[in-house]
Design a protein around this ligand. Structure first.
Ligand SMILES: [Zn+2]
Length: 160
């Protein structure tokens, strides 16, 4: 069992219900990278056992994760030769904190991938305490896009 915060799915229930795991692949070495994964963003999760799993772009993260909690989720771009060149925590299904990078790095390193050392594009997620809407914070504006309520300074989707 790998360390770090576990993120549970926080997106709409109908997406969870309808999400079907299709075409996802556990990456255990650079040899597992095939052509559809190279040069285009792919959906990824890090499973709770620390495995880096990818699925074709626009796959739902909850489907890629079989509905389970994850240590990280977002999108990656692979170059050839086992290198990750771009990484982001953009997953509105799991709304992971930027601190989930540590789990991405650990999973990538255990599979032998070079990586950029950080998310190359970071998304800040908050749940509105008033209307419960999931928000992406832009330009440090901690205001709910739906109701105008104030968003908290700290990540607030989980029990932890
Ligand atoms: Zn709100």
């Amino acid at each position: 069992m790998a360390g770090g915060r576990r993120y549970r799915y926080v997106g709409p229930e109908e997406i969870r219900r309808e999400a079907v795991r299709a075409g996802s692949v556990d990456l255990r070495s650079a040899a597992d990278v095939v052509s559809w994964m190279v040069g285009e963003p792919v959906t990824f999760v890090v499973t709770v056992d620390g495995t880096l799993r990818v699925a074709p772009r626009r796959s739902e993260h909850v489907a890629c994760a079989d509905g389970e909690p994850v240590l990280a989720a977002g999108e990656l771009i692979f170059a050839g030769g086992g290198e990750i060149t771009e990484a982001t925590n953009q997953s509105t299904g799991y709304c992971p904190d930027p601190g989930s990078w540590a789990a991405v790095a650990a999973a990538a390193e255990s599979a032998g991938f070079a990586h950029p050392g950080r998310f190359t594009y970071t998304v800040v997620f908050r749940r509105c305490p008033d209307c419960r809407e999931r928000n992406i914070v832009r330009d440090d504006d901690f205001t709910c896009a739906l109701c105008g309520g104030e968003l908290p300074a700290r990540w607030n989707f989980g029990p932890g």
